[in-house]
Design a protein around this ligand. Structure first.
Ligand code: HEC
Length: 152
């Protein structure tokens, strides 16, 4: 009985993807960069909230290596998710400045990667105080980018 259900779910998913592709700015690839980046940012928001909650509770920082590494990987792909043609649609909050000042945008993404790499290393070492400082530094990059490149 599981097989037909799985096939049915796959068909529903394909239909959903078809709908997404119809108003997607990305063309042939079928990947909607706006939906992907919003999903990625939402997941990153969860990772960062988790990191902060452990730091505030003065909990064991070792497990924070995992979400910190995820944020680092994400930071590396952020600049690729704003191709031309994805300036509008799907209630995107991306500001035009991302396309007029790509270097400035990229610079903050690199700073995000560096801050999360450092956090991962310090978390692995169990360095509670360093992780607290790293978390602040990481949070600064979120704020800096949102202030300059994201609509309220
Ligand atoms: C290099 C720039 C940049 C950095 C760094 C950045 N953001 Fe964002 N963020 C954006 C932009 C631009 C959007 C809007 C994307 C859109 O709507 O297309 C966004 C959207 C979001 C969203 C909303 C996602 C949704 O559901 O639509 C959350 C949550 C978020 N960011 C959290 C964070 C957190 C937490 C950090 C730091 C750990 C961070 N961001 C770092 C640029 C950045």
């Amino acid at each position: 009985m599981t097989k037909p259900i799985a096939l049915c779910a796959a068909a529903v998913m394909l239909a959903a993807l078809g709908v997404a592709r119809a108003d997607s700015p990305s063309g042939a690839s079928g990947i909607d960069p706006i939906a992907v980046r919003q999903a990625g940012y939402a997941l990153q928001g969860g990772d960062f909230a988790y990191i902060r909650s452990v730091v505030e509770a003065k909990g064991d920082v070792k497990p924070l290596e995992v979400p910190a590494k995820a944020i680092s990987k994400w930071g590396r792909v952020i600049p690729t998710l704003f191709p031309k043609g994805s300036e509008t649609g799907e209630n995107t909050k991306a500001l035009p400045k991302i396309w007029s000042d790509p270097d400035g945008f990229q610079k903050i993404a690199v700073a995000l990667v560096q801050a999360s790499d450092k956090l991962a290393t310090d978390a692995k070492a169990g360095a509670t105080d360093l992780v607290a400082a790293d978390t602040k530094e990481l949070g600064k990059q979120c704020g800096a980018c949102h202030k300059a490149y994201r609509a309220k």
